[in-house]
Design a binder for this molecule. Sequence first.
Ligand code: SAM
Length: 199
Amino acid sequence: MKNDFDFIAPFYDHITQIIFGDTLSESQKWLINQLKKDTEVLIIGGGTGKSFEGVKKDFSITYLEKSNKMINLAKRRLSNAKVQFLCKDFFQWETGLKYDAVVLPFFLDCFDDRHLNVAIEKCKTLLKKEGRLLVADFDRKKTNPILNLSMHLFFSVFSNLESKRLKDIHENILKNGFLSEDEEFSHRGMIFSRVYGNP
Ligand SMILES: C[S@@+](CC[C@H](N)C(=O)[O-])C[C@H]1O[C@@H](n2cnc3c(N)ncnc32)[C@H](O)[C@@H]1O
């Protein structure tokens, strides 16, 4: 199975902490700070939930994550929040619900070009009219090619990562008609956190 994070789940936070420090977590916390009170939020691929620890009950969160191991870790961390956990593959999951915000925290970097665009298109259908897409991920142009290669090599061995290289995620989101509303950068521009308006 592609993108199987079960094996790496217990070590994931330690590995990212060693390589990036708090940067990945901070970039996801920034997204959470952009959420409006009393809204319906869908988080896809939230992993162990480390970045969402301490999130208040101000939002109603649906936490969709394919890895059973990741979701079990997240359940312990988000015990104080109003969260519905769904252990599902995003591409297989069907719902009639619409959300005020869809959060993609280092999720889109897992996929090849085709799935990247399928995921963005699917998010569009999940958003309410005024809904927003919130994305934290790597900027391909600002990421050191050796780091890019090493990350892909590591996760292709331990998680059977589908992606073979970083793609221009921002460009693909804009191509799908979203409009960039707010953004923040960290790690010398390598990591972006952005809020996009629904087309
Ligand atoms: C690179 S990790 C990021 C985890 C977390 N957001 C973080 O930064 O610490 C990607 C996450 O997406 C999840 N994932 C990958 N493909 C998925 C899919 N098709 N449906 C749902 N979750 C998926 C993985 O299980 C993993 O937890």
